[in-house]
Design a protein around this ligand. Structure first.
Ligand code: HEC
Length: 120
């Protein structure tokens, strides 16, 4: 019984570590990374370059989060609003959906921090 439980814990940890690659991420970082990979990467790309599989058919293209000169000019408030209420709410493309029903404000803040992370 006890051994079984330890085995389960080890198995789950191995899975989680495998999923996040060689880096060991804090729990909250993994959650936001998962959100990004599941919901944003298909357009913005897994490495934030705006080159996800769904990006090719979009005009304008999804924001390239690694374009640091451009990203520097955009405030956190604007990024937050674009994610929460969609691109059109900040004068951008309506192809950028709003996520207010998918994420709460703290999750959206984590997403803003996460996409800022593409520029160090
Ligand atoms: C269907 C494709 C699509 C998906 C999915 C998508 N985006 Fe976007 N995103 C866009 C497009 C298109 C734009 C607008 C680009 C423009 O108008 O220049 C945009 C713009 C943005 C902006 C605004 C950048 C700025 O210049 O102010 C942010 C922030 C953003 N997306 C974050 C996200 C996040 C976070 C997710 C996942 C929760 C996500 N996007 C999912 C297509 C997408």
């Amino acid at each position: 019984m006890h051994a079984k439980r330890i085995f389960a814990i080890v198995a789950v940890s191995t899975l989680l570590l495998g999923w996040s690659g060689t880096r060991v991420l804090a729990a909250d970082t993994s959650a936001v990374k998962g959100d990004y990979m599941n919901f944003c990467a298909r357009c913005h790309g897994p490495t934030g370059q705006g080159d996800g599989p769904a990006a090719a058919s979009l005009s304008p293209r999804p924001r390239n989060f690694t374009d640091c000169a451009t990203m520097k000019k955009i405030s956190d408030d604007t990024l937050f609003k674009a994610i929460k209420n969609g691109g059109a709410s900040v004068g951008l493309s309506a192809s950028m959906p709003g996520w207010s029903t998918a994420f709460d404000d703290s999750e959206i803040k984590d997403l803003v921090t996460f996409i800022r992370g593409f520029c160090h």
